[in-house]
Ligand binder design. Structure first.
Ligand code: ADP
Length: 366
């Protein structure tokens, strides 16, 4: 008896997407079913190309056909993706951007920019369309971390308006406040000037279509954070901390800002940076120089996700200084740590989009 499309659909309705907790057929994730004798092929459209469950879902699809349809079937699954979005604003700004992710920290120097850069590059390495906005007006670091210190900003006139062109590097469209002004001048900006500069990064730049726009915020909880949430709808925030108590205490303040009723930006989770040190010559040893699991314990206490524990590695620091994010070095422990972190972030964005309301732009209080 020949295999029918209906049999394939029925079988795949037994495969549950573990994050969204519904089956693939109900979620409309299966497309293009083709049958030729014993050969069965179809596409599964995931919610992100950086899905950490990709291999698991593929395996479950193959097993379902073999188990429910024909044990001698030859199954080919084409794993693709269409990144989800939950925007319902008027899209006056960034109309082609599906998800806007703020990367924040309570303190400076905890590795927020390192995390933002490697997150952006990792998502691009998995096939997503990614932009990075370096909004850290007090210490823009994207120019150094992406090797773009001498970059001259290209400006085009579009419909009579001068528009900045983000720079494409390592698969990521990068725009830094450091490309616009001498950072030593930006540091003296008062609130309104800084806010205006932030808005220009969105309104006066050609961003096009992006799956993820990563925003590297200044440390702390200041004017720029408030400008951001009152300018664009932020899909979610990622908070970076180191394990020490001083950093953890400030991370709590960062988290509370996004969770305030008036702001209400979903906190996707916490990243513990500099979680431990492993000497290259003793790869099985972990030294908890700044204390053990400070970020992990905080995530547990607040009931938020721990998205990654990134070790202290000399090459993370060196690659930042050399203008080449370390995640690009495939096969290294740093690459694994950052890819896993980025996939966890992408997973939480997909879950957020499936289960929560769109973020509202905060109306400024006058
Ligand atoms: P922030 O944006 O929070 O101020 P940065 O990302 O600029 O912090 O990082 C501060 C310094 O620490 C940089 O020199 C960076 O290369 C280094 N650094 C960050 N994370 C790590 C890490 N996991 N291992 C080693 N060095 C790191």
């Amino acid at each position: 008896m020949s295999i029918t499309k209906e049999q394939v659909t029925d079988a795949l309705s037994n495969v549950i997407e573990p994050d969204l907790k519904k089956d693939l057929i109900t979620l409309n994730m299966v497309r293009d079913i083709e049958i030729d004798g014993k050969n069965v092929s179809f596409s599964v459209v995931l919610t992100t190309p950086a899905c950490p469950l990709k291999a698991l879902i593929e395996r479950a699809c193959i097993n379902a056909i073999i188990h429910f349809v024909d044990e001698s079937a030859n199954v080919t699954v084409n794993m693709t993706s269409d990144v989800t979005s939950k925007r319902k604003d008027d899209k006056a700004l960034l109309p082609g951007v599906r998800n806007i992710i703020a990367v924040a920290s309570g303190k400076g120097g905890v590795g927020k920019s390192t995390i933002a850069s490697n997150l952006a590059v990792a998502l691009a390495m998995d096939g997503a369309r990614v932009g990075l906005v370096d909004a850290d007006i007090y210490g823009p670091s994207a120019p150094i971390m992406f090797g773009l210190e001498n970059q001259r900003l290209a400006v085009h006139e579009i419909d009579g308006k001068a528009m900045m062109e983000p720079v494409l590097k390592y698969g990521v469209k990068v725009l830094s406040i450091g490309f616009m002004v001498d950072p030593s001048k930006a540091i003296a900006w008062r609130g309104p000037m800084a806010s205006r500069a932030l808005t220009q990064l969105f309104s006066d730049a050609v961003w096009g279509d992006l799956d993820y726009m990563i925003i590297d915020l200044p440390p702390g909880t200041g004017d720029i954070h408030l400008s951001l949430v009152s300018t664009v709808p932020v899909t979610g925030a990622v908070i970076v901390t180191t394990p020490q108590q001083v950093s953890v205490a400030d991370a709590i303040k960062g988290i509370s800002l996004f969770q305030m009723d008036a702001i209400n930006v979903p906190v996707l989770g916490l990243i513990e940076n500099m979680a431990y040190f492993t000497p290259a010559e003793l790869p099985d040893n972990k030294y908890y120089i700044f204390g053990k699991d400070g970020g992990k314990k905080l995530a547990e206490k607040l009931g938020i996700n721990l998205l990654g524990q990134i070790p202290i590695v000399q090459s993370i620091c060196e690659s930042g200084d050399n203008g080449r994010p370390v995640v690009l070095d495939e096969g290294t422990p740093s690459n694994f740590a950052f890819m896993e972190m980025a996939r966890n972030v992408a997973q939480q964005i997909a879950i957020r989009n499936a289960n929560m309301e769109p973020t509202k732009i905060v109306q400024p209080v006058n």
